[in-house]
Design a protein around this ligand. Structure first.
Ligand SMILES: [Zn+2]
Length: 191
């Protein structure tokens, strides 16, 4: 990873990995895609490689990210979806042209219409968010239990009782804090 920038948090779910590029929204926020180049890096790691990204495209990406965060948060608490967020997600979904490609090894890849088309990559992320929020996938949207985080994540655990967006950061921090504060809590609930 490039020196001087916060590392990415890698998850298995594209849309919530994307919203995780801003963390600690309710504390000291950490922006993990502070520059167009970092968005390029993030997209490459997530199978959506692009050659270039303008600051305007980075703005579009961040607007989509916060819209997914808002809509996924509403979905997690069974609230009404914010209309402005839904509008942005739908716009980004409609404005890109990406094709799902089946490789001979049986894997799915995304082919973008051009290597400079960040909008295509954003459309894939928007479509992923739509499938999550629409409840099409096996799992449940939930909010991280860390008060400074409260990130929306997709819980695919069998019991649907995952508490934290990320075990290595929020989970560990909370676990340690709770352990010291109240040892009666069952540490196994931290999964
Ligand atoms: Zn968290």
């Amino acid at each position: 990873m490039r020196a001087g920038f916060p590392d990415f948090r890698l998850g298995k779910v594209l849309a919530t990995s994307f919203t995780g590029t801003l963390s600690e929204r309710h504390g000291e926020a950490v922006e993990r895609i502070p520059t167009p180049q970092r968005l390029i890096d993030w997209l490459a790691v997530n199978g959506l490689a692009v050659d270039s990204c303008t600051t305007a495209q980075l703005d579009l990406a961040r607007e989509l990210r916060e819209s997914i965060h808002a809509a996924a948060t509403a979905a997690a608490i069974q609230g009404a979806l914010p209309a402005s967020a839904v509008h942005v997600i739908n716009d980004r979904s409609a404005q890109g042209r990406a094709a799902a490609i089946l490789t001979s090894e049986g894997q799915r890849r995304w082919r973008l219409s051009s290597a400079s088309c960040v909008e295509d990559a954003l459309s894939v992320i928007a479509a992923d968010a739509i499938s999550l929020i629409a409840g099409e996938r096996d799992g449940k949207l939930a909010l991280c239990a860390s008060p400074t985080c409260q990130a929306a994540f997709f819980d695919t655990s069998q019991s649907r009782t995952r508490k934290w967006c990320d075990m290595n950061t929020c989970g560990n921090r909370q676990k340690k804090a709770r352990f010291h504060a109240n040892q009666r809590k069952n540490p196994r609930s931290a999964e």
